[in-house]
Design a protein around this ligand. Structure first.
Ligand code: FRU
Length: 521
């Protein structure tokens, strides 16, 4: 057993730091077979101190090896969030003529600056050895604050069509777009968001990318050919924006906008009302998610910080000298259905490849009378601390249909579908209020995390549930709705039950343990 597995709260297959504090993923980058995860890091204590960029690498997005620190504070300047690119054309001139430089674009947050509107500027660092060591650009900063207290988290990507770099960054309660030929000189293009989406908190960690559109409009039996004439566009642009506070279940969360980007301006699609917000994840514990750059095959892979500023500093692993973990890497896709354009996220296939075939468990059952709980299903040898479970629910009637995980202490984590009685509304819910909370800060459990489901009452629902020692990531209808929740049970869950307030609901489940024993601490 390796060191990590002996610590109470150390996750088995989510990235966590050996020591110190982490928050946002930064500089996500794929290069030559290696996934690079940089992150907001304070190595000396489990607190949000002077920020460094930590570094971890993976060959498969499942097991991560921590690497030496990438960026260190420069005097009073902290290394806040940002991104990294491979500068193949050596546009920056940082290259040595043989290896394309990696360039990190981060927010230089200067705590010594007395003008509150000049604290945050954008700066560069570069690496000529594949991200292992970094040098600061002597001409920093490259983009000065236009006079805003919050001006940060640049996400830069290569715009192949126009042969330029594009940057989106958070500027107060909106985002700004910039372009550059060399990563050093930046030109303002436009802004978006003053009027749209969720407000009331600060906007942070934006990302902008395009996605092909998959049509799910016609999955109700109509032939796809029938869509001729009103077929959705083939590709749309997605803008991610984290907001804190202001999430749908309080605190931190990430919203998304679907629209078009004409090279200068982002325009929201008419199917998304400007005033409404859409959420990448409705849980309390998925924040600051951004995508990897330079990924082959146009995969859109996102990682988020699996915490919430409401309580991030008070979680119990602090007693072991570390705090913070990342979500499962998720693949994003864009569908169009009766709700309009919907951004789905789902665990990467690399995680599914870790299912231990020998651990497979099938079960099904039916609620014969209303309010019945079918007998608890013991998972036996199947270790739910590294569990991946597919659940199909059918015949759902009015009220709640609930999946319950229970541990030997009697602690319960409940989730399911609520066809709200007397209304045409349906919701997905995750309730962690009885899942073991004595070690947790008071503001930890929002008793019920709720995600409204589109299309009225739900007769059926498919869910994928990923459990680790201290988290549940729930993906409904292949990621149409996600709820990510930290949970701190006193012992692992060992059995599962199903109950419903209506009669005739059925469930079937297929469960696996994930083979992650070879992941290093
Ligand atoms: C988001 C954030 C960023 C900032 C970083 C500081 O969680 O507040 O906006 O750059 O964390 O650690």
């Amino acid at each position: 057993m390796n060191a990590s597995h002996s610590e109470n709260y150390r996750p088995l297959y989510h990235f966590s730091p050996r020591k110190g504090w982490i928050n946002d993923p930064n500089g996500l980058l794929y290069l030559d077979g290696t996934w690079h995860l940089f992150f907001q890091y304070y190595p000396h204590a489990p607190i949000h101190g002077p920020m460094y960029w930590g570094h971890a690498t993976s060959c498969d997005l499942v097991c991560w090896q921590e690497q030496p620190v990438a960026l260190c504070p420069q005097g009073s300047i902290y290394m806040f969030s940002g991104s990294a690119v491979v500068d193949y054309g050596n546009t920056s001139g940082f290259g040595d003529g043989t290896t394309p430089p990696l360039v990190a674009i981060y927010t230089a947050h200067d705590i010594a600056e007395t003008d509150p509107n000049q604290v945050e500027n954008q700066a560069l660092a570069y690496s000529l050895d594949g991200g292992m060591t970094w040098a600061q650009y002597a001409g920093n900063p490259v983009l000065q604050s236009p006079g805003l207290p919050d001006f940060r988290d640049p996400k830069v990507s290569w715009d192949a069509e126009c042969g330029r770099w594009l940057m989106v960054l958070a500027a107060g309660d909106r985002v700004h777009f910039y372009e550059s030929a060399d990563l050093i000189n930046w030109r303002f293009l436009s802004e978006f968001g003053a009027e749209c989406g969720a407000h009331g908190g600060v906007w942070e960690c934006p990302d902008l990318f395009s996605l092909p559109v998959k049509n799910e409009f016609w999955e109700d039996g109509l032939d796809a050919d029938d869509s001729e004439g009103c077929a959705p566009e083939k590709e749309k642009w997605v803008l991610l924006v984290s907001i804190n506070p202001g999430g749908p279940n309080e605190g931190s969360a990430t919203q998304y906008f679907v629209g078009d980007f004409d090279g200068t301006t982002f325009t929201l699609d008419e199917s998304q009302p400007c005033a409404s917000a859409r959420w990448v994840d409705w849980g309390r514990d998925n924040y600051a998610g951004v995508l990897f750059n330079n990924v082959p095959g146009d995969r859109r892979v996102m990682i988020g910080w699996m915490s919430n500023w409401d309580y991030a500093a008070e979680l119990p692993s602090a007693a072991d000298g570390w705090l913070g973990q990342m979500t499962i890497p998720r693949e994003l896709s864009l569908v169009v259905n009766s709700e309009g354009y919907v951004l789905k996220s789902y665990p990467v296939p690399e995680l599914f490849a870790r299912r231990e075939q020998g651990s497979r468990l099938f079960r099904c059952g039916k609620v014969e009378v209303a309010n019945e709980e079918v007998p608890m299903i013991p998972f036996g040898e199947l270790d739910l601390k590294r569990g991946m479970i597919k659940v199909s629910l059918h015949g759902l009637g009015a009220g709640q249909s609930t999946i319950t995980f229970r541990n030997p202490w009697g602690q319960e984590l409940r989730l399911g579908v609520n066809n709200v009685e007397g209304s045409a509304r349906a919701e997905l819910f995750v309730d962690r209020s009885d899942a073991g909370s004595e070690v947790l800060p008071k503001n930890f459990p929002v008793p019920l995390m709720v995600a409204p489901l589109a299309g009225g009452m739900r007769n059926s629902m498919r869910m994928l549930l990923c459990l680790d020692k201290t988290s549940l990531e729930c993906f409904a209808n292949r990621g149409e709705r996600c709820v990510t929740a930290s949970v701190y049970p006193s012992a692992a869950f060992t059995e599962m039950g199903f109950s419903a307030e209506s009669t005739g609901a059925t469930f079937s489940l297929e469960a696996y343990a994930l083979h992650v024993d070879n992941c290093e601490p």
